[in-house]
Design a protein around this ligand. Structure first.
Ligand code: NAD
Length: 357
């Protein structure tokens, strides 16, 4: 891996599955970053990951990592319930932050975070890694620059239990630990909430990235044979309409995709399981030349590209292409609105909601 001269010194908080499968390797491969520190209270995980990935330092205590002046930025890779409080601590210590998606679980907890991010002037990014998929990034640029006014957008995310065989084959063997710090209770037992937070956060961010601000949703949910099906009608701020499907678990292959219809063209996208590191197949039709455009996107290691984008913004002042704090909050708002809409059976405006996803 060819590295630049100036590397962003990153400390990764959490040695759980996502760090083992993505962040440690991604930071090490990123051209402009260094895996300077790792942190986990679980001794067995921290020691094993330290031996494998060779950071300069390892910390059992998060506060001690934040007190290390060599750490310039932190990746928060813990359970969703800890994201906002732990990201807030890093911001207060003056560190730049890349926090895993979803940003958090409760809209109120994000308020103090917003104030502190503004006050400290740090770069804050949410781990919506798909924004760095070169096919999706190409589609987004095409929509913004060439498609004119938008009319409609469809996006879908169908999780499948069959994909675990693929995921297990593609990822390194994951170590787990009895000592890992987990949220109290069992947040994953509330499937409606858990599926929305973990998968819905990708779907909503995709819709916003491609279609713009969402102002209102009307959602229906069917729960049958242990599966969940959300059909969500969406109103965008520009007057265009959308339809989002979230299916967990589909009886078939894992599937994610989108179609966008505009004044001067249209876009179709088929997204692959992120562990393949394969660019989405997108076709962008332009009425200007009557041609479909389709990028190759050879480097589609989205977890690495998101670290490179994050470091570029911090080190060189490059425009932030990843999801910002406001994107994370807006995605949470959309997910809360979906939950309220299902409960009430009516459309719900995003600016009217509060509370938990
Ligand atoms: N972007 C993606 O594609 C993607 C994929 C999978 C998971 N995720 C997200 O990644 C996040 C983490 O998932 P995971 O399965 O790795 O979580 P996990 O809970 O299994 O692991 C987190 C680790 O952090 C450690 N930890 C937590 N709080 C700590 C503290 N205060 N101090 C020190 N160590 C602490 C725990 O001991 C644990 O080992 C989740 O929010 C999930 O939604 C994202």
């Amino acid at each position: 891996m060819k590295k630049t001269e100036r590397l962003l010194r990153i400390g990764v908080l959490g040695c759980g599955p996502i760090s083992q499968a993505a962040h440690f390797d991604a930071v090490r491969k990123a051209r402009n970053a260094e895996l300077y520190a790792i942190c986990d209270r679980a001794d067995d995980l921290r020691e094993a990951m330290g031996a494998m990935h060779r950071p300069q330092v390892t910390y059992a205590d998060y506060d001690a990592m934040l007190a290390d002046p060599q750490v310039e930025a932190v990746i928060v890779a813990t359970a969703d319930q800890f994201h906002v409080p732990l990201a807030l601590k890093a911001v207060e210590a003056g560190k730049h932050v890349l926090v895993e998606k979803p940003l958090g679980v409760n809209l109120e907890e994000t308020e103090q975070l917003r104030q502190q991010v503004q006050a400290r002037g740090v770069v804050f990014q949410v781990g919506n890694n798909k924004r760095f998929d070169p096919g999706i990034a190409f589609a987004q640029r095409f929509i913004r620059e060439e498609m004119g006014a938008l009319m409609g957008l469809k996006a879908w995310y169908c999780d499948s239990t069959y994909r675990y065989a693929m995921t297990d084959n593609l990822q390194p063997l994951i170590l787990s630990s009895q000592q890992a710090t987990r949220p109290s209770g069992d947040p994953k037992s509330d499937k409606r909430r858990y599926f929305m937070l973990t998968h819905g956060s990708h779907l909503v961010d995709m819709a916003r990235f491609l279609g713009g601000e969402i102002v209102s949703v009307q959602a229906r949910l069917v729960e049958r044979f242990g599966a969940y099906c959300w059909f969500i009608a969406v109103d965008f701020a520009d007057g265009s309409v959308g339809h989002l499907d979230l299916i967990v678990a589909v009886r078939g292959d894992w599937e994610e995709g989108f179609q966008v219809y505009g004044e001067h063209g249209s876009v179709k996208g088929k997204v692959f399981l992120p562990w393949f590191h394969k660019s989405s197949e997108v076709e962008c039709f332009s009425v200007q030349d009557g041609l479909y455009r389709r990028p190759l996107g050879a480097d589609a290691y989205t977890y690495k590209l998101q670290v490179e984008g994050f470091a570029d913004t911090i080190l060189n002042g490059a425009e932030q292409t990843g999801a910002r704090l406001e994107d994370g909050i807006a995605a949470m708002r959309a997910m809360v609105a979906v939950a309220r809409s299902v409960e009430r059976g009516t459309a719900v405006r995003l600016d009217s909601v509060s509370g938990e996803v």
